[in-house]
Design a protein around this ligand. Structure first.
Ligand SMILES: *Cc1c(COP(=O)(O)O)cnc(C)c1O
Length: 407
């Protein structure tokens, strides 16, 4: 039996039986069974990417930054939203100057998806991979001691200078060339004529007092480089936190990630008051079971929840492998119809359970929203607050295998 026929047979409860193609084809044809291989079965949880919200958030970031060009950070599968889907919505916007990623594979994925605007790799690539990236117009980060030599070799092979940005470590201690060692290194790099420096950038620790010190280190480096006639390119430093709180660091370009997707980076209440954002992703599922608990009946692993009175529950086929956090039982709610229902018991790998209450107000097949813009309680920041999770984790842990639709 081939896979297609097996799935159809399984759907009919005939798996393993000797099935002739005739009657099965007839039942699917009659529309009673719609299990089409290659399409998402209707009870898979899914993500909706809200294109209008992405566009609105970009416009709001422009407003906060006096129209600075935006280098959109789309690392980690565009913060869980889906790299190709998200970049496809962002690319046509005038405010979007280009994209930044950390993994070389993500840079190539953007090009494979047809993205033509500049792409900056904020990670390391070498050898054949570096060559493949540069051939596809990906801009590299220059920061390692070996860069002058590696870029010389690469430029010779390509018969052209390698375009990229100098990544300066002003105190983050994660990536980049240490600011106090950068000048002699840059002299050597620039003297090779192997690079075209399109920009110079840094990342803040987002520790309020230290951000200022980091900025001064960056500014001093930039001024010195400029005075020496060495290459600098466009200066960029501000992530979403900087977009909101460090206007002095907006420089030539800003480099936000999470704000584009509609989540506040640091101090949600304060940031919401400064400029509201719209969550651009919706996590959805459909109810697969509605059942009544008797007093004393428990729910899920560990029996963390035991009914103190008869009550109805609904099961959703979405769990922590999809990216819905285990900690959702600490206070998350789910929207079904126009009401919110609390998550109870335990979030397991592929199931979550909500308490419906004394009346069975939901039905199998109802659409449920677990995260999104549909209700304040479902906004990623609120969900993060309710569950003690980081809003970054919440978004970035959305499973890459969830089906995504741009709405
Ligand atoms: C992730 C990242 C950003 C974007 O940060 P947000 O807080 O999501 O705006 C900017 N720059 C660098 C270097 C990053 O790694």
């Amino acid at each position: 039996m081939d896979r297609r026929r097996f799935v159809q047979a399984a759907g009919l409860g005939l798996a393993g039986a000797a099935v002739s193609p005739g009657p099965i084809a007839a039942s699917t044809g009659a529309g009673r069974l719609d299990v089409r291989v290659g399409l998402s079965p209707p009870f898979d949880p899914w993500l909706e990417i809200d294109a209008a919200a992405l566009r609105a958030n970009v416009a709001r970031i422009s407003r906060l930054t006096d129209g600075r060009p935006i280098l959109a950070v789309v690392k980690n599968n565009a913060y869980g939203l889906g790299l190709a889907e998200t970049a496809g919505v962002l690319e046509p916007l005038d405010a979007i100057a280009g994209f930044a990623v950390v993994k070389p594979s993500a840079a190539l994925e953007l090009r494979d998806a047809g993205i033509e605007k500049p792409v900056l790799l904020m990670g390391l690539a070498e050898g054949e991979q570096a060559e493949a990236l540069v051939r596809r117009q990906v801009e590299l980060s220059f920061y390692d001691e070996g860069a002058p030599e590696r870029m010389t070799r690469l430029a010779r092979r390509l018969q052209a200078p390698v375009r990229g940005h100098v990544y300066l470590d002003t105190g983050m201690g994660r990536m980049g060339i240490a600011y106090h060692r950068a000048l002699p290194w840059l002299r050597i790099l620039a003297a090779t004529d192997a690079v075209e420096v399109a920009g110079t950038f840094m990342a803040f620790t987002e520790e309020t007092e230290f951000d200022r010190e980091q900025y001064l280190r960056f500014r001093t480096y930039a001024d010195t480089v400029q005075n020496l006639g060495l290459p600098l390119g466009r200066l960029h430093a501000a992530s979403s936190n900087g977009v909101y709180h460090l206007p002095y660091a907006h420089l030539d370009m800003v480099r936000p990630g999470i704000a584009i997707y509609g989540a506040y980076p640091s101090r949600p209440d304060e940031e919401r008051a400064m400029q509201e954002l719209t969550p651009a992703v919706r996590l959805c599922a459909r109810v697969v079971r509605v059942e009544q608990l008797r007093t004393g009946d428990g729910v899920s692993y560990g029996r963390n929840y035991v009914a103190t009175a008869p009550t109805w529950t609904a099961t959703l086929p979405v769990g922590h492998t999809d990216g819905y956090p285990r900690s959702a039982v600490e206070g998350a709610r789910v929207l079904i119809g126009d009401r919110l229902y609390p998550v109870i018991g335990a979030v397991s790998a592929s199931h979550s359970i909500v308490e419906v209450g004394p009346e069975p107000t939901v039905a199998v097949g109802d659409r449920a929203v677990l995260m999104g813009s549909d209700h304040e309680a479902l906004e990623p920041n609120r969900l993060a607050e309710a569950t003690g999770a980081s809003v970054y984790d919440l978004l970035m842990h959305l499973s890459p295998s969830l089906p995504r639709t741009v709405v």
